[in-house]
Design a protein around this ligand. Structure first.
Ligand SMILES: Nc1ncnc2c1ncn2[C@@H]1O[C@H](COP(=O)(O)OP(=O)(O)OP(=O)(O)O)[C@@H](O)[C@H]1O
Length: 261
């Protein structure tokens, strides 16, 4: 049996703002097992990013609990259990690609030889070998995101937390990166938690889709995508199985949303 690596139990988070409390997460209970690819999907403001940030110890819940690899989020952060990839690549413009990837490795105190070998192997993984001496601005948006994925992987985390990493890219580049990410996931066997607004992206990538709804942010439905198998090419998007799951997600989003309006 695969192990549960992320477990959220009755998670609640209310932000106190000048306009009053904002109930960002309500009663979130979710288990993610090792090696799963889980997407969080839902309309703007339903708490996707907040949930990811709670897992990453960037926000503190006001109720309930989360464990990551059996640790508290803080312990898991200190143990570098996960790499975090943001919507914008967030690479330092004055550092080359290799120096950007080296940064967290320097913070970890790794020696130069280990740093060099991790930079090399992770740039290979994201098909960016040969670009180590370039600066971020010399790379396309898609390449910059691949570099930021390499940086996240270089610390050798068990899991990747990805907050709309391809949201700012055009659809053709996004399709390509989705295919590459799926290959990378198959190769590295990391557990991935992935925030997206895109139904096709969620269905294409995921083993499980968490449909969320807003005000307060909560889980409306969890949809299993294992019927699509793990070997997926973009052509799969034309198949009845794919369209059926996409329809189910769309219906879930509609139903979850209308609940409030
Ligand atoms: N630091 C904060 N202070 C106050 N309110 C916040 C804070 N962070 C998020 N919120 C509010 O919490 C709710 C959930 O926000 P969150 O960013 O998690 O949603 P989301 O589903 O990721 O949205 P999007 O798809 O637009 O990124 C929103 O109403 C948002 O305004």
């Amino acid at each position: 049996m695969p192990e549960t690596v992320i477990s959220a139990q009755k998670l609640d988070l209310t932000f106190e703002t000048n306009d009053g409390p904002v109930h960002a997460l309500k009663d979130i209970t979710l288990d993610i097992t090792e090696g799963e690819f889980v997407s969080l999907i839902g309309p703007s403001g339903c708490g996707k990013t907040t949930l990811l940030r709670v897992i990453a110890d960037l926000e503190q819940p006001t109720g309930g609990s989360v464990s990551v690899n059996g640790l508290t989020p803080e312990q898991a952060r200190l143990a570098r259990a996960y790499g975090y990839v943001f919507q914008q690549a967030a690479l330092l413009p004055w550092r080359t690609i290799e120096d950007n990837i080296a940064l967290p490795l320097e913070v970890m105190g790794l020696d130069a030889a280990t740093r060099t070998s991790r930079i090399k192997s992770n740039l290979e993984l994201v098909n960016l070998s040969g670009f180590e001496k370039k600066f971020p601005w010399q790379l396309s948006g898609g390449m910059q995101q691949r570099a930021s994925i390499a940086r996240a992987l270089a610390v050798e985390p068990d899991m990747l937390l990805m907050d709309e990493p391809f949201g700012a890219l055009d659809e053709i580049v996004r399709d390509h990166l989705n295919e590459q990410l799926l290959k990378l996931w198959a190769k590295t066997k990391k557990t991935v938690v992935f925030v997206t607004h895109s139904i096709p992206e969620a269905v294409f990538l995921s083993t499980k889709i968490v449909v969320m709804s807003p005000r307060p942010g909560r889980i409306y439905e969890i949809i299993d995508c294992s019927a699509l198998g793990t070997e997926r090419s973009l052509d799969i998007r034309e198949t009845p199985e794919f369209l059926k799951i996409a329809h189910q997600v769309r219906e879930g989003l509609k139903a979850g949303h209308s609940y409030d309006d």
